[in-house]
Design a protein around this ligand. Sequence first.
Ligand code: NAP
Length: 325
Amino acid sequence: MSVQLAVKPKLQPKIAAAGGSYDLVIIGGGPAGLTAAIYAGRARLKTLIIEKMILGGQASTAFQIENYPGYPEGIAGHELAQKMADQANKLGLEVLWGNAIGLKQENTTKLWSVDIDDKTVKAKAVIIATGWENAKLGVPGEAKFRGRGVSYCATCDGAFYKDKNIIVVGGGNSAIEEALFLTRYAAKVSIVHRRDELRADKILGERARSHAKIYFFWHSIVEEIKGDKNVSEVVLKDLLSSKKLIIPVDGVFIYIGAQPNSGFLKAVVKLDEKGYVLTDDKLKTSAEGIFAAGDVRAKILRQIVTAAADGALAAESAREYIEKP
Ligand code: NAP
């Protein structure tokens, strides 16, 4: 598979071969997985990270992170991700690029087999740190125009919209942060939100409301995305009046929340009704030897700092489990 390395660690991770046996396999190389790798490396556990795309995960696509302690001026997502990856690489991190698709435990040895595409590795313990992916609106035109006006990543695609009209859908932290980022390029950024109150942090809401390039469509939803070759207009519905509005746009950036990457775990560990992995306070899942960390876990606050904290705790719990006589 092709690997996008948005993060180019100064120290390259050792690329693992299939068929290896490890103390600990971490599925997912975002802040939770990388922090778990740092703690596991310091505990001298033989550790592998399986990652399908980018070390740093979703965090590496954030243009600026303002609430990670130690960076009062903020830090670019890819820069923070690179620092984390470098720190893990220094401790001998091994990476296997691929998509984890299955997990099963051997009856006799109690080792876990992790299937990655057409390969398998074995581990005494596993940490699930697969995070989430952007939720989809599910409206006509969304899939058709993906990459041709519909985007889920402002940092990746924003520069294509210089002096253009953009809408951002959603009212959470991601939508407002990315709308602010897009004002660097776009002539006008309209935020379409289904309520008249933002879910985002107050400080972000204040910034967006006072920005000269940002406009709001309150209590409105997108019903359809239209165009010919590329997006040219969206159909909005005002939920109070039920009136429809057609607005010409060049780009639609969708930030309406997250879907946990836990589909391959359904038969392995207990999930909540939304698909997030249930854990106890030591981050153990319902399956012995499997732990979960970061945004894929059922929890209250999904932030880089809480993902990192999860990674540390999951690695410590995994170490305890592995070293148990
Ligand atoms: P989020 O906080 O879940 O917000 C999703 C937004 O999309 C909400 O405003 C929601 O509306 C709206 N929405 C949901 N489904 C919709 C639909 N079908 N149609 C229209 N609108 C819909 O998601 P997020 O902003 O992607 O953030 C995900 C997580 O990452 C959150 O825990 C967030 O705090 C965290 N995060 C943190 C930061 C930061 O701290 N700097 C930055 C980015 C993300 P309602 O409000 O009406 O539900």
